[in-house]
Design a protein around this ligand. Structure first.
Ligand SMILES: NC(=O)c1ccc[n+]([C@@H]2O[C@H](COP(=O)([O-])OP(=O)(O)OC[C@H]3O[C@@H](n4cnc5c(N)ncnc54)[C@H](O)[C@@H]3O)[C@@H](O)[C@H]2O)c1
Ligand SMILES: [Zn+2]
Length: 377
């Protein structure tokens, strides 16, 4: 465990969404204090904790005890870990557990886990009784910097990722940075891809800061908390500008059109590829594709790849173990991705580091020939 425990290490990011405004607390020791923080903000006195089998043995007891102490009556549901848990079947199990726990509208569903648990539990919180309170206790770096903020919830279907879901903002996010010490290095790196994404979208200085400070972010301490807080602030800014993704929020999908296609192509098998790794490869592809379209310099793509490679992330389709399906199958997955509007491909492209933009008229033929060039087989 990290030694830093003083409250001065804590950061607060407020997401100012009017009636749906909420706080994100970032820092050490927050799970132990969760009951107090939740009781101070929510009226209800029941909570249904949803978590997964990896996180449960590590943090469930501490969260449970903290809620109890604050006078909140918790129940728990432990689900299998992994992307496949974002399914209709598990959604049903979560709704059932929430109703069995007699959670009412002022009570809360608490997601204790990574983005998988957050997306699934958030969806259930959004639809049970037409919406109950929702608290995110994100435990992976990815969920602390991205998925726990912004209110997108959902599950996957055989048609693709995140195709069924609702917008349902959390009432509170508690990002306990101590818990990142038990995350595997691979998962930490995957989350780091989303941190780097904020720099690449529109914060070139932040990207440069990461290039200089990534080792400290990985080793923990102040730089890590700083990077998480900066990421939450960046995400909050985008969400506040465009809560329901009618425009600029789509920038958060930088690297995701290619990334989601690769996730689908590897059947969401985390042994081969996890979300953040797909995003890492996808961001390099997005920069290379932009340079191919003469929008950005090839040097930018090289710089992005060099940094992601340096931290140990995959950057090429060929870095994914096992065979990939042919280009046509990847193209189908891209077309099925939700960022398609009336047949035209919407891509996040870039004019350089930190100069991303939404392009909603990208010709399919260009994408196809680019993929043919990049495909390893
Ligand atoms: N809603 C959004 O806006 C949004 C944004 C980005 C990503 N996502 C979604 O998030 C998901 C990916 O999230 P993820 O990367 O957190 O995946 P995840 O939830 O599968 O967590 C990764 C792995 O780490 C384990 N784990 C989590 N915290 C741990 C800890 N503290 N110690 C030890 N092990 C721990 C989990 O059990 C799991 O095995 C994807 O489904 C993606 O679509 C959603
Ligand atoms: Zn993502």
């Amino acid at each position: 465990m990290n030694a830093i425990t003083s409250a001065s290490d804590e950061r607060l990011v407020r997401v100012p969404l009017g009636e749906r405004a909420y706080d994100i607390l970032i820092g050490p020791g927050l799970i132990v204090r969760a009951g107090k923080e939740i009781a101070a903000r929510l009226m209800g006195r029941r909570a249904a904790i949803i978590t997964d089998e990896n996180v449960a043995p590590l943090y469930l007891d501490a969260l449970f005890a903290s809620l109890h102490e604050a006078g909140i009556q918790p129940s728990k549901l432990v689900l299998p870990a992994g992307e496949k848990t974002k399914s209709f079947e598990h959604l049903m199990a979560v709704c059932d557990a929430v109703l069995t726990a007699r959670v009412e509208r002022n009570d809360a569903v608490i997601a204790l886990g990574g983005g998988v648990i957050g997306d699934l539990a958030g969806f259930a919180a959004g639809i049970v009784r037409r919406g109950v309170r929702f608290v995110q206790v994100p435990t992976s770096l990815l969920s602390q910097v991205d998925s726990s903020v912004g209110g997108k919830t959902g599950i996957n279907t055989h048609h693709g990722k995140n195709l069924v879901g609702v917008f349902h903002q959390p009432d509170l996010v508690l990002a306990d940075t101590d818990v990142l010490n038990t995350l595997s290095e691979r998962e930490f790196r995957a989350g780091y891809a989303e941190v780097a994404k904020y720099g690449l979208i529109d914060k070139p200085d932040f990207f440069a800061w990461l290039e200089a400070n990534w080792k400290e972010v990985f080793s923990g301490g102040a730089a890590r908390i700083e990077a998480i807080a900066a990421s939450c602030q960046a995400k909050s800014d985008v969400v506040v500008a465009d809560e329901r993704e009618n425009g600029p929020r789509a920038l958060l999908n930088l690297g995701h059109t290619f990334g989601h296609a690769l996730e689908a192509a590897t059947a969401y098998d985390s042994r081969r590829l996890v979300h953040g790794e797909g995003v890492s490869i996808g961001m390099v592809l997005a920069h290379e594709f932009s340079s191919r379209l003469n929008l950005a310099s090839p040097d930018d793509a090289k710089r992005v790849e060099a940094h992601l490679k340096m931290v140990g992330l995959p950057t090429r389709m060929g870095d994914i173990p096992g065979e990939l399906p042919p280009v046509e199958v990847l193209m189908d997955a891209i077309a099925q991705d939700k960022k398609v509007k009336s047949g035209k491909l919407t891509f996040i492209l870039t004019r350089g580091i930190g100069q991303s933009f939404v392009a909603d008229d990208v010709p399919t033929s260009e994408v196809l020939s680019f993929l043919r060039e990049k495909h390893p087989q």
